[in-house]
Design a protein around this ligand. Structure first.
Ligand code: GDP
Length: 463
């Protein structure tokens, strides 16, 4: 992954557009692009222009003019990658894009690997690892909430906190190691009480960050929701009412069959992913009996289960049984009495059921008449807000969660060691290990090449 040759790639999306941007980065970027550049006016050379300037000219393939384009020059270290960078903005034809890349290749500039620009930015100290990861999240963000979280991370919110704590730990480890040099004199430079306090702080902060993942993950990946209930309960009518149809986003989830089509509803920027909606839409007459028991698999995948029934025909004891089964699975359960428009003169959900299932959200709706659909949406959103533990910083990356948990376990080990009067050298070793974990979050210490490969391999080419 680590190399410092000169690379090129299309930075804009594949296919035709108004313009296309081809980015070249590396020590020979300016010189090599200059070789295929001809200024539109005069005899300007890109090798002689100032950094951060734009120049109108032609892209040449030997004597053939490929396009009239804008050439933007950034001189390292003041560029995205920290290296010399040239961006060529051409007309957006696919032919031109390919031709320009071809000419660049011919001039000895190789095609970039996925994420190679951002990797170089990280490697050259332009951003830390969490910020580089945030770039990928930012590109992938598809809602207000996921955009906000990625933007915050890119601006360094999370790393600053980690770096500060890490620094304090480093200081302490250094003091303990200093004691070792004076071991014969039995001195204590490192105040154990203060260190205990530091560990306390660290534990609290890391725990809060780790806890925020439940919410961060929801923001990034959406909340899986299952609508279950007997045939004709009104599941597909409800789905349509929720999605308003035109707002529905149908996506085939990678690696699964058509059965698991998901549709996403955004409520205040949070994506609610309705699982297996193909099943719902086709359910009507095809499947004779879909009691709750037959939809266990779907329920397992969901965080929130909407249990729907026709309130005009469902017996109370049946409702109680179904709720019992769902609650025992540890899901957030909505008990939804549908078709209240048919006979709205009686108590729909008996108080006894509401009393028995206090943690269940009870709603009475008419999917057909769109009655209380907004209330249902509000309740869905409210459930997600319960996960938000009012942290400024929200962790949404599972790699970060993993490191946070490992660090927390290590801190626990250090505390035990201190209680048991572990000798300074062993204590210092344990602290160093915790520091290593913390360092891998921001990439301050050498991060395993495999990990880097995984992180940057997920980027698209050209980023
Ligand atoms: P599913 O099998 O659970 O997906 O149920 P459907 O959504 O296909 O609905 C079954 C029948 O109930 C259809 O004829 C719907 O029009 C009707 N239905 C659904 N919701 C309501 C409602 O709120 N009120 C009334 N009166 N009928 C409804």
């Amino acid at each position: 992954m680590i190399s410092n040759d000169t690379i090129c790639a299309l930075a804009t999306a594949n296919g035709m557009g108004a313009i296309a941007v081809i980015r070249i980065s590396g020590p020979q970027a300016i010189e090599k692009v200059n070789a295929l550049f001809r200024s539109k006016f005069g005899s300007k050379q890109l090798t002689e222009v100032d950094s951060h300037t734009v120049h109108l000219g032609y892209v040449l393939d030997a004597d053939t003019y490929i396009d009239e384009a804008l050439f933007t020059v950034f001189k390292g270290p003041h560029s995205y990658t920290g290296e010399d960078v040239v961006e060529i903005s051409t007309h957006g034809s696919v032919y031109i894009q390919q031709k320009v890349l071809e000419v660049l290749n011919k001039n000895g500039i190789r095609n970039a690997n996925p994420g190679e620009y951002t990797f170089r930015a990280f490697w050259n100290g332009k951003m830390d690892l969490t910020q580089a990861e945030a770039v990928a999240d930012l590109i992938a963000s598809d809602s207000k909430a996921s955009h906000e979280i990625a933007m915050k991370q890119m601006r360094g919110g999370f790393s600053t906190q980690i770096k500060e704590l890490r620094e304090q730990m480093v200081n302490f480890a250094a003091l303990i190691e200093l004691e070792l040099d004076f071991s014969e004199e039995d001195v204590e430079f490192a105040n154990r009480e203060q260190f205990n306090e530091l560990l306390n702080d660290l534990q609290n902060i890391l725990k809060k960050l780790a806890d925020s993942f439940a919410y961060g993950n929801v923001i990034k990946n959406g909340v899986p929701v299952a609508i279950v209930g007997a045939p004709n309960a009104g599941k597909s009518t409800l789905l349509n009412a929720l999605l308003n149809e035109e707002r529905a986003i149908v996506s085939d989830v990678e690696g699964t069959t058509r059965d698991t089509i998901e549709e996403t509803l955004y409520i205040n920027g949070i994506g609610f992913r309705f699982i297996d909606t193909a099943g719902i839409r086709e359910a009507g007459d095809k499947i004779e009996q879909i009691g709750i028991e037959k939809t266990f698999e779907k329920i397992d995948k969901a965080s929130i289960v909407l249990y729907l029934y026709d309130c005009n025909i469902m017996a109370d004891n049946q409702i109680a049984n179904q709720l019992e089964a769902l609650v025992s699975k540890g899901k957030i359960v909505f008990n939804i009495a549908n078709k209240i428009d048919v006979d709205n003169t009686r108590e729909v959900i008996p108080q006894a059921i509401k009393d028995e299932f206090k943690d269940v959200i009870h709603l009475e709706i008419s999917a057909k008449e769109k009655h209380n659909i907004d209330l249902l949406k509000e309740q869905l959103f409210a459930q997600v807000q319960l996960l938000n533990n009012a942290n400024d910083t929200i962790v949404s990356n599972s790699r970060h969660l993993d490191v946070l948990q490992k660090t927390l376990a290590q801190i626990q080990k250090i505390r035990q060691g201190m209680q048991q009067g572990l000798p300074g050298d062993l204590l210092a070793m344990d602290i160093r290990e915790a520091l290593e974990y913390l360092g891998t979050i921001t990439g301050e210490i050498d991060v395993d090449q495999d990990i880097l490969g995984t992180i940057f391999g997920k980027f698209c080419i050209g980023k």
